[in-house]
Design a protein around this ligand. Sequence first.
Ligand code: PLP
Ligand code: COI
Length: 363
Amino acid sequence: MSKTKLQFVHHPHPSPVPADKRAELLKNPGFGRVFSDHMVTIRYHESKGWYDARIEPRAPIPMDPAAAVLHYAQEIFEGLKAYKTKDGGATMFRPTENARRFQKSADRLAMPSLPEELFVEACDLLVKTDRAWIPDGDGASLYIRPFMFANEIFLGVKPSSDYLFIVIASSVGSYFKTDAPAVSLWVSQEFTRAAPGGTGAAKCGGNYASSLLAQAEATRHGCDQVVFLDAVEQKWVEELGGMNIFFVFDDGSMVTPPLGGTILPGITRSSLLTLAKDKGIKVREDRYSIDQWRTDARSGRLREAFACGTAAVVTPIGTVRSKDGEFKIGNGGPGTQTEDLKSALVGIQRGHTADKYGWIHKV
Ligand code: PLP
Ligand code: COI
């Protein structure tokens, strides 16, 4: 029975991808290119609220060229993962946190608030329907992408009266294409990601559009990801294009940049803060400058650094490059504390270790 008043209408796919073709696609899915058979859609109009909830075959969506999102980028999204369980079911990691962040992003972008339980129910429904698309294997999962955009046909600049909420799912392996044991970062000194008072803490498409040139610069310099500094002093390390960051020192203590409105409040970040504290690790949310980073890496005071996020999970950082040169972190490969925290997190996510935090949501 539906947990909300809105009932989903089911339109099963008349010709889903055949099992042998699907198995082929799931062998090595990469990231974000292989999609499941269905999608969930819910519409919103300011006069009637949320309506017309369905699950239907994943297909192109007809749009008017004057739809507001195409002009003023009123769009937000989320990212979370679903895992297969041995009993024939599936789980998701902390979906309610994604639902809450979605509401906060909506608020910042002057969009309507989707009830938490409707968000989770929509994800549940898609995972249940498309469970066969969850790949097997250590680093593999079904990446769930809920998103919402302004759909009013109007060119005036104002919050839209109509929205479309959609959930799609993509069978994924590792986010990074590199086989290297650790990733390399390019420090963006020309471009910043988010300014105080801006949309840095919201998961809106515009933040990613504005990061692309910096990411292209990173790629040009042979780096896997861009790392942004704060927009005011261009000094403090904030986050990567699509991940938060942690630093591990020689005494085992850790630092991660504080949330202050310009950084995305990562659910992986928050989970790792909890896990680290429970392991007795001294971990601070504190500012850390690029100069400190360089000095500490060279002196050996900084032992490890890693990126974290839903797509990236926990990824060791080996090399940092900028216009001022390059430095290595530790031996340039994964560090033991990074690996230890990663296995604690992944163990819970994949159901290999007990979940004493209540983070695992059974679909
Ligand atoms: N920072 C940015 C800019 C991101 O895009 C993401 C990914 O969602 C994260 C951090 C990590 O957030 P989470 O751990 O909730 O996936
Ligand atoms: C995620 O980790 O879910 C993200 O949205 C990051 C993006 C780079 C794929």
